[in-house]
Design a protein around this ligand. Structure first.
Ligand SMILES: [Zn+2]
Length: 282
């Protein structure tokens, strides 16, 4: 044993190895409560002190929602990485690499097939940790792929957005994902397949203004921020102060923009009941 095996080797291994989330990890809520990882899993990422529904990595979200924590990931081939050779403080290519390392995902949305109380469903789940869940070409492709499989297999489609909106590094190409995804959802609807959206925190910008608000049923998670333009932009434009709870899930429910606000612990059962109801209708 020497400093090479004691220090350098573990350091190198920690850089190369893909690590699981350590089970003794503590997670900090915005109310400053420290939550032990096992309790975090038990409460599905909801703080028992203040009720905050924390943002979940796509993989954790899928595990929490699906039977036996199991799902089959569907791969979507990634396309042009940097169409505009974009650079601000960092190169876009580097940002993508960094986000991939951080999340272990290919882009900001993961699509999968799994079961909810025994019912097979196709899911597209956003990961906010991947560049703010922003929608670029690859995300658009994933929504298209999820819709295509949902139609092909005649399985309900569930999308769970958590996104800051369009990915500005892809310029107009990211905005083009809005009509593209809407057209994909239309094909699901034409085939009379249920399409459910679970609006998670935050659902904003171009994502909110496209496929996210087109669900047959719109479920909002408790405490989620949902809206198109940011609060400050609206206030400056209309020269008025807007209410404190503006753009929250409860506010949207009061104003008829979503169908229900659901606590995360009830989400699975609620989706199951909706699917069963829609099945009967069909
Ligand atoms: Zn809290």
């Amino acid at each position: 044993m020497n400093w090479l095996t004691n220090y350098i080797k573990p350091k190198l291994e920690s850089l190369v190895k893909k690590r699981d989330v350590p089970k003794n990890l503590w997670i900090k809520c915005q109310c400053s409560t420290m939550i032990y990882y096992k309790d975090y899993e038990k409460s599905l990422g909801v703080c028992n002190e203040c009720g905050t529904h924390m943002r979940l990595p796509a993989e954790t979200r899928l595990k929490f929602l699906l039977d036996d924590n199991k799902y089959e990931k569907i791969k979507v081939p990634s396309t042009i990485v940097d169409p505009l050779s974009f650079k601000d403080k960092k190169r876009y290519k580097d940002r993508i690499k960094q986000a991939k390392r951080k999340t272990k995902e290919e882009d900001a949305v993961v699509i999968a097939e799994g079961k909810i109380e025994g019912k097979n469903v196709i899911l597209a789940v956003f990961d906010f940790n991947f560049m703010g869940g922003s929608m670029g070409i690859n995300v658009g492709n994933s929504i298209l792929k999820a819709s295509e499989i949902s139609v092909k297999k005649n399985l309900p489609l569930i999308i769970i957005p958590s996104s800051g909106g369009a990915r500005m590094q892809e310029g107009i190409l990211s905005l083009m994902q809005m009509p593209r995804t809407i057209a994909a959802i239309q094909s699901v609807k034409k085939n009379k397949i249920p399409y459910i959206v679970v609006l998670a925190d935050p659902t904003t910008g171009g994502v909110c203004a496209s496929f996210a608000m087109l669900g047959d049923i719109l479920i909002a998670e408790k405490g989620a921020t949902i809206g198109f333009a940011g609060r400050r932009v609206i206030e400056q434009t209309i020269k008025e102060t807007i209410p404190d709870n503006f753009q929250t899930s409860d506010y949207l429910l009061e104003h008829g923009m979503v169908d229900m606000v659901v606590h995360r612990k009830d989400l699975k059962n609620k989706i199951y009941k909706i699917l069963k109801f829609l099945e009967k209708k069909n």
